[in-house]
Design a protein. Structure first.
Length: 202
């Protein structure tokens, strides 16, 4: 008798659970992201969750990493050339903002996890690592834009890169209070103002 053995892709199953968790956090908030609810929505069992994750904080940490995967995957394409124009940079920069359903979900997860992490030391560490990563990536872009003559070179690159990250994060949080249809024009105005201050004088 032939016995068929189902092969389970454990990494894919972990990702499925993390994505389900992210959707719950985005739509229902952190209070709804109980292990029981996550297991039910992921069509799994509590035992299966503990097989893949040590505790709820590990699942939540996975959801936080999930938020950044899409953007990080786009970064590699921007490092191929030494020259970086604003025309190439601005579309990538705009993809950071919650201007569509996917990025809206990502930002709602980030904001929910921000407040949750304040009382969970392990997640505070993860958040700090994410912030430092954002600062480092921002500085790499600032350096390229300055060396390409696209933005002013008389502004300290560390100060400028950190300012961009901090202002972007704050704006993204504020944008969540508006409908997606209202957000693009607000982002365009802020970017236009920023560029008017950063472009080199002719």
């Amino acid at each position: 008798m032939l016995i068929l053995v189902k092969i389970v892709d454990h990494e894919e199953r972990r990702r499925d659970i993390i994505q389900v968790t992210a959707q719950i956090i985005s739509k229902e908030g952190m209070s709804a992201a109980t292990t029981r609810h996550i297991a039910r929505m992921a069509q799994s069992s509590l035992g299966m969750l503990t097989h893949y994750f040590i505790n709820k904080d590990e699942i939540v940490s996975g959801a936080l990493h999930w938020c950044d995967e899409r953007f990080i995957s786009q970064l590699d394409t921007m490092y191929d050339d030494d020259f970086l124009s604003l025309d190439d940079f601005i579309p990538l920069f705009k993809s950071l903002f919650p201007l569509d359903e996917i990025s809206d979900t990502e930002w709602r997860v980030r904001v929910n996890l921000l407040t949750y992490s304040l009382t969970h030391p392990e997640l505070v560490k993860v958040r700090k690592e994410k912030i430092e990563f954002a600062y480092a990536e921002s500085q790499r872009f600032v350096e390229k834009l300055q060396s390409s003559g696209e933005v002013r070179g008389d502004i300290d690159k560390v100060i400028l890169s950190r300012m961009i990250v901090d202002l972007t994060f704050g704006l993204c949080i504020n944008l969540l209070s508006y409908s997606i249809a209202e957000r693009a024009i607000k982002v365009d105005k802020k970017i236009s103002l920023m560029l008017s201050m950063l472009k080199p004088e002719c």
